[in-house]
Design a protein around this ligand. Sequence first.
Ligand code: HEC
Ligand code: HEC
Ligand code: HEC
Ligand code: HEC
Ligand code: HEC
Ligand code: HEC
Length: 450
Amino acid sequence: MNIYFKKHLANFLTLLLFVSVSLFAYSQDGEKLFKANCASCHHPVKNATGPKMQGVLQKWEDNGEGELIYEWVKNPAELYNSGKSKMAKAIWDWSPTVMTPQGHLSKDEVKSIFAYVDAYAPPVAADGAAANDTTYEAEDESVSFWWWIVIGLLIFVLFATFGVRRELSEVIAAKEGAEVDPKKTFIVSARKWALRNWFVTVLLIVAVALFSGVELLGRLYQVGVYQDYQPSQPIAYSHKLHAGNMGIECKYCHHSAEKSKHAGIPSVNVCMNCHAVVHEGPQYGTEEIDKIHLAAGYNKAKQGYNTDDNGNRIEQPLVWNKAHNLPDHVYFSHAQHVHPNTGNIDCRQCHGPVQNYTLGRVSTTEEVNAYATTDEGMEKGIIQLTKPILTMGWCIECHNKKEIDLASSGYYEEIHNRLKSRADIHNNIFEDDKVTVKELGGWECAKCHY
Ligand code: HEC
Ligand code: HEC
Ligand code: HEC
Ligand code: HEC
Ligand code: HEC
Ligand code: HEC
């Protein structure tokens, strides 16, 4: 066999390794972005709140709107209103559910999302049946597992290639009567090979470093993925001004927090309670408040609402972007946590000192812990936690730490009394004289997972 051929084979394999690593990084990106931004409404191959994503790009391209699809993702309403897209109109007519604009994503990021969904294959369970949503979530792990195997194999083939080469040259050397050095071990020849083929070696090292970097970053990213996330919003609303300076209660605007799963974002009518009268702000003058009026269909000149011929208000609903997004398989209820009769937890325990923020955002563990040590924080009973907000570790840690005040909460008094009469259970739960959410079942998977 020709030595040059083998050298080229090694180069080729290295290149392959390099290319696969970069491809892997790219599709990983698409997967993460999809899961973080789209998966709450879209599934690659199933219709959910939004239609299935696989093949959508092709569909738009087939209709000559391959470029407009990026405008759609950026801002569906804007594209629809511009009237230049048949596709946007078709989807809109199919269902009037509004998709959240994804303007914070670059075109390349959206491209990587489409690359991911188009390459997505539903995992197949052992019995051959298409897997359900739970395995869709678990697929993350198995993908990188297979990549490790492929890369391991490639490295093995590389080593084997120059192993064979060494033996060949020994045979040739022996034939020519030269002495074969028995100390010429694999390591020694590998080092020689590496020096001679320095370019390939450097490539190899870079590829491995890149790969482990991507892996590591990916893991870190997953842990703290949501912390400090603040999406852009249609109006420069400020919590500091409203909840801080003016002291408006959180629940005045997020009024469903105590009653339902969602805290909710206030409708423009809530803003109009004041902004029908307040037309100017200290920082933006009339600019930002005019946007409220436009959204509500309010004409401040004639101090009334614009109506169409049928007397209906002409509104342009505001589309706020959500900062907090738990995956679909998690169940979380605000009412359970904030109602005075149940958790009775202050909003700032989970959202940080929002009265100092402008737009809403996902707070960080550090901010919450710093707030917990202030007088106000202590008065509100904020406890310090260590895990990043919105991760499972965060929910679990608090459920283990947060004491439930059985004595003062009427809701639990009865349970408490019942438990007291059952010494066997009572002693178990009250061994340390305090009751945590965990002890009432807050660590059971099914409590938080659908
Ligand atoms: C809050 C829910 C939600 C999120 C988040 C969301 N979408 Fe959508 N998406 C929808 C809905 C609902 C529709 C259908 C639109 C309609 O009925 O007006 C849609 C439609 C689409 C369409 C057009 C589908 C078709 O069949 O032509 C594309 C493309 C799309 N979304 C891409 C994305 C991408 C990419 C992301 C993430 C970056 C994303 N969406 C995030 C809800 C969402
Ligand atoms: C125990 C922690 C916790 C407490 C206490 C809490 N929240 Fe939340 N909040 C969350 C989580 C987790 C989400 C994300 C929910 C999701 O994505 O389904 C969230 C989401 C939100 C949202 C986004 C819209 C929504 O409903 O999903 C708003 C607004 C909000 N919270 C406001 C509040 C306000 C106001 C309070 C106090 C009255 C409060 N929260 C108390 C954990 C908490
Ligand atoms: C309880 C009354 C009240 C409500 C409700 C209210 N605002 Fe305001 N808002 C005010 C007042 C008062 C000012 C002017 C403050 C000043 O001049 O110092 C203001 C100012 C503003 C400004 C101008 C800020 C600046 O610095 O120029 C914006 C933007 C704004 N509000 C948005 C909203 C939005 C969006 C809502 C609904 C989600 C809302 N407001 C609800 C009372 C309210
Ligand atoms: C005057 C109305 C108003 C008041 C009062 C108010 N908010 Fe908000 N809040 C909003 C609006 C509007 C948004 C959406 C825009 C944004 O993200 O800032 C929002 C967003 C949020 C979000 C981000 C939700 C998400 O996931 O996108 C959180 C968390 C939040 N508010 C918590 C609070 C807390 C805690 C308080 C009390 C300290 C409070 N809010 C007081 C109007 C209000
Ligand atoms: C700051 C502390 C804290 C955090 C963070 C927290 N919880 Fe809780 N959670 C509680 C408390 C306290 C209760 C008990 C409420 C009651 O008394 O009913 C509770 C109860 C629950 C329950 C009902 C448990 C039962 O036994 O019925 C569920 C489900 C739940 N939480 C889900 C979550 C999820 C999901 C998250 C993370 C996204 C989370 N919680 C984050 C404090 C917390
Ligand atoms: C107190 C609530 C809570 C309990 C109890 C809980 N989880 Fe979770 N779990 C969550 C939250 C919230 C997430 C999403 C975290 C994120 O997005 O980073 C999650 C994520 C996961 C994931 C990762 C899925 C993904 O999106 O990557 C797995 C797997 C999981 N949970 C399994 C379990 C198992 C098994 C149990 C029981 C031993 C359990 N969980 C108990 C709240 C909980």
